[in-house]
Design a protein around this ligand. Structure first.
Ligand code: PGA
Length: 234
């Protein structure tokens, strides 16, 4: 793990954005794994401002809520179009977000894995981290070998995400998420974590034992994982 600590989230994000941009310039048909939540918003803003060519880029998002209409403002499909896709020249057909309304969820999940494999695998995966150490929506006790599947959110994650919804009751209980095994196959991982509420999860992930109790700790086994922190999360 390479740990990059900057005084502020904006400074750390700027470095991460430069790394993503360098990757896209070097490999215009790159396959990116993308994250949602409040953390990557500035990264996407920075990337938009760089006027990169996204016409050959393929993306796979980590996760999606089950049961929200896809045009719901808090669906991750809406998030991605609002915060990145509509501002760049990416082809709609090259963007992939789990379908939270799939009729046959296990079949959808198998197909999602197949599509990642058919695209040649993920070159660079952007990650956030939950206050409970989740990556994607792989909550504590997720199998470290897991693949894309349905998961139940912990109460803590639902409480954390209530700020995006009217109330915690409106946060869905179930999600589709890439598995930890899926994430670990990405050729590079960039994890961003900012603010004091991430300190404990980051300390456990970076300095603690590798354990399903903190799913991000598996990144210690990844051959190319970079962790971007501000002074608070560090
Ligand atoms: P956040 O979420 O960026 O909104 O803090 C991170 C995550 O849950 O992975």
């Amino acid at each position: 793990m390479e740990i990059i600590i900057q005084p502020t989230a904006l400074e750390a994000t700027a470095i991460a954005a430069r790394m993503v941009a360098a990757h896209l310039r070097e490999k215009p048909d790159a396959v990116l794994g993308l994250a949602t939540g409040s953390t990557p918003v500035s990264l996407y803003k920075e990337l938009i401002s760089m006027n990169l060519d996204w016409s050959g880029v393929t993306t796979f998002n980590l996760d999606e809520y089950i049961g929200l209409p896809c045009d719901h403002p808090q669906s991750y499909r809406s998030f991605m179009w609002e915060n990145l896709f509509r501002h760049v020249n990416i082809r709609r057909e090259n963007t992939h977000i789990p379908d939270g309304n799939a009729v046959d969820v296990p079949a959808f999940c198998r197909g999602y894995e197949d599509r990642i494999a058919a695209a040649g695998g993920i070159d660079l995966q952007v990650l956030g981290i939950g206050t409970d150490g989740h990556i994607g929506f792989n909550e504590p006790s997720s199998s470290l070998a897991s693949r894309t599947r349905i998961k139940t959110l912990t109460q803590r994650t639902r409480d954390d995400n209530a700020r995006f919804f009217g109330s915690v009751e409106e946060v869905p209980h179930h999600v589709i998420t890439m598995g930890i095994g899926t994430i670990m196959e990405a050729r590079q991982c960039l994890l961003l974590a900012f603010g004091e509420n991430k300190t404990r999860a980051i300390a456990e992930a970076v300095e603690g034992p590798i354990t399903a109790s903190n799913p991000a700790s598996i990144l210690q086994m990844h051959p190319s994982a970079r962790v971007f922190l501000d002074s608070e999360s560090a």
